[in-house]
Design a binder for this molecule. Structure first.
Ligand SMILES: C[S@@+](CC[C@H](N)C(=O)[O-])C[C@H]1O[C@@H](n2cnc3c(N)ncnc32)[C@H](O)[C@@H]1O
Length: 300
């Protein structure tokens, strides 16, 4: 809100009109568009966030009213390109390396520790759903690499990192982060898995970057997407922005992408009272995780 007010004082009259207020009809129009296209549910209490984000973008483009900007967004190819930019502004990309240490510990003890080379090198397919700027998938790749190397288990890992925001994915692909973003990592991990770039940045080493494939995927369209079966699916701090019905639809689809024995790891507050045939709650304190035990009904 502060941004809106500061800019409003400096700006011309048409901007004042655009920034001053969004009536409840307009709010509903924008909230419905966002929910339809992304699944994100925007409650009325986040109206000022919506207004501020729209106002900043409208000012960049020179739009005077929410309606003019909406018309532009809904028009053809030009609107589709603009939507990509706006979606990045309307999504929350907060993340960090080793953000949920309990979840990583669970993956280490309940999955990685069970692997051995009895039938040749292990193949591990991981999916980071809603990966934002890449810290989550790189944390998973570093966890697997460091842990299995220490245990001298031969392995091949491939990580799919998906998000709706093209800008966030571009940051992830580069794998360059400011020094302060690495604060959860030990000096040893930084030294082993990052190269210094300039004075204040570090880049994830190529061996780890090459293991992570960043791809744009809108969870609302998840069911249309062909995706390999996964050993581990991590979806944290994503579904909290969705209405319950959408969360359930997405979770059911994610469950079908899990191999028998695989783990679905969610944020602790991602869902309550969800059950799926063939998945058992791993009962892990402080984190919400499921293991797939059997063949699922819809599978051949
Ligand atoms: C708060 S971040 C979570 C990052 C990471 N998973 C973590 O826990 O640190 C939420 C991410 O979900 C993404 N997101 C929101 N709606 C989405 C959708 N419909 N499809 C795919 N990704 C979406 C956002 O772009 C954002 O990067």
């Amino acid at each position: 809100m502060a941004v809106v007010q500061k800019k409003r004082m400096r700006s011309g009259s048409w901007q004042r009109e655009a920034l001053e207020g969004m009536d409840s009809y307009e709010f509903r129009q924008w909230a419905e568009l966002l929910e339809k296209r992304t699944g994100i549910n925007l409650p009325e209490k986040r109206k000022s966030f919506l207004q501020t984000s729209l106002a900043i973008r409208m000012r960049e483009l020179g739009f005077a009213t929410y309606q003019d900007y909406l018309r532009y967004l809904l028009a053809g190819r030009r609107g589709a390109v603009e939507w990509e930019i706006l979606v990045d502004r309307l999504t929350v990309h907060e993340t960090r390396f080793y953000r949920d240490q309990k979840a990583l510990e669970l993956i280490r003890t309940r999955y990685l520790d069970t692997l051995s080379n009895q039938d040749g090198p292990c193949r591990i397919n991981i999916w980071s759903v809603g990966c934002a700027t890449g810290e989550e998938p790189y944390s998973l790749a570093i966890l697997v690499d460091s842990h299995l190397q220490r245990r001298r288990v031969e392995f091949f890992q491939a990580i799919v990192a998906s998000d709706i925001s093209s800008a966030a994915l571009a940051t992830g692909r580069q794998g360059i982060y400011r020094e302060n973003r690495l604060r959860n990592l030990s000096a040893h991990t930084i030294q082993r898995y990052f190269n210094r770039v300039g004075e204040e940045h570090y880049q994830v080493v190529p061996e780890i970057r090459d293991r992570v494939c960043f791809t744009r995927l809108n969870l609302v369209r998840l069911a249309e997407r062909k995706q390999a079966q996964m050993d581990i699916i991590v979806c944290q701090n994503v579904l909290i922005y969705f209405a319950r019905q959408k969360r359930l639809m997405i979770l059911d689809t994610l469950a079908r992408h899990l191999r028998p024995g695989g783990m679905l790891v969610l944020g602790a507050g991602e869902i309550t009272d969800w059950e799926y045939p063939g998945l058992e709650n791993m009962g892990a304190p402080g984190t919400l995780a499921y293991r797939r035990t059997t063949q699922l009904r819809s599978e051949p």
